[in-house]
Design a protein around this ligand. Structure first.
Ligand code: HPA
Length: 246
């Protein structure tokens, strides 16, 4: 039975329903993680929880210390990671409120500390990243989504942009031509750092707005906040099913 860790993003800085048994202040060779790691009981299972942007929500996507977050989770015993990410919908089938378990990533970020394999190395290390997400963990999410009966896509290409600004309409048109279905700011380097540490990792993405240019007018932050509030109830229910079944 693996110890699951949940990394909560925007809209999920707290995991309602988690009975916290310990708040762990962990230090790592890469600095401090975004927040204390919470150990507790969720849906009858021991689980770890980390608020990616800190609690309160204060660290922008490009300043998250992804290396410290992943290292700290592994250090306290995480054996599998479910990342929750709010995203914009590019694919017309992925409207606000839709959930997606992406199977691919395109990384457009820059300037982020994106590997553990740097610095004073004995030898250069390359890792395979053909399939960036763990197949078994994705399958568990998909079973839970089907049971929950919510609208979801069983695959999709996650485009990771630098942020913190949202994209231009032309950028989204380009991402669409590249084959992206959803766009976010935090999927990378988180996914690859988990792979480098040998931690199975999958993403549960909640669409909180149509991506730039996909709906008339500007993107409303109020509408995003509303979508986050509404959608995270579904996310929590899906997570509870995953843990319950594990
Ligand atoms: N773009 C990038 N990241 C996001 C978006 C978006 O439209 N919505 C939520 N996170």
């Amino acid at each position: 039975m693996s110890v699951y860790a949940i990394i909560g993003g925007s809209g999920l800085t707290q995991l309602e329903g988690l009975t916290v048994t310990a708040a762990l202040n962990v230090d790592t060779p890469y600095g401090a993680p975004s927040a204390p790691l919470l150990r507790g009981d969720y849906a009858g299972r021991e689980v770890l929880f980390l608020a990616r942007h800190g609690h309160p929500h204060r660290i922008p996507p490009h300043q998250v210390n992804y290396r410290a977050n992943l290292w700290a989770l592994k250090q306290v015993g995480a054996e599998a990671i479910i990342a929750v990410n709010a995203v914009g919908g590019i694919n017309g089938a992925m409207g606000t409120g839709h959930l997606c378990v992406p199977d691919q990533i395109i990384d457009y970020t820059w300037g982020r500390e994106h590997t553990f394999f740097a610095g004073d190395l004995e030898h250069v290390t390359h890792i395979d990243f053909t399939q960036p997400y763990d197949a078994g963990l994705r399958e568990r999410l998909l079973v839970a989504l089907a049971e929950q009966g919510c609208a979801y896509s069983a695959a999709g290409v996650y485009a990771c942009m630098q942020g913190p600004r949202l994209e231009t309409a032309a950028e989204i048109a380009r991402l669409e031509r590249d084959g992206a279905d959803i766009v976010g700011m935090t999927g990378m380097p988180e996914a690859v750092l988990a792979r480098e540490l040998g931690l199975p990792y999958a993403c549960l993405a909640l669409v909180v707005n149509p991506a730039a240019g996909k709906a008339p007018g500007a993107i409303s932050m109020t509408a995003i906040d509303r979508a986050l509030g509404d959608g995270m109830d579904q996310v929590r229910a899906v997570l509870a099913r995953v843990l319950d079944a594990a």
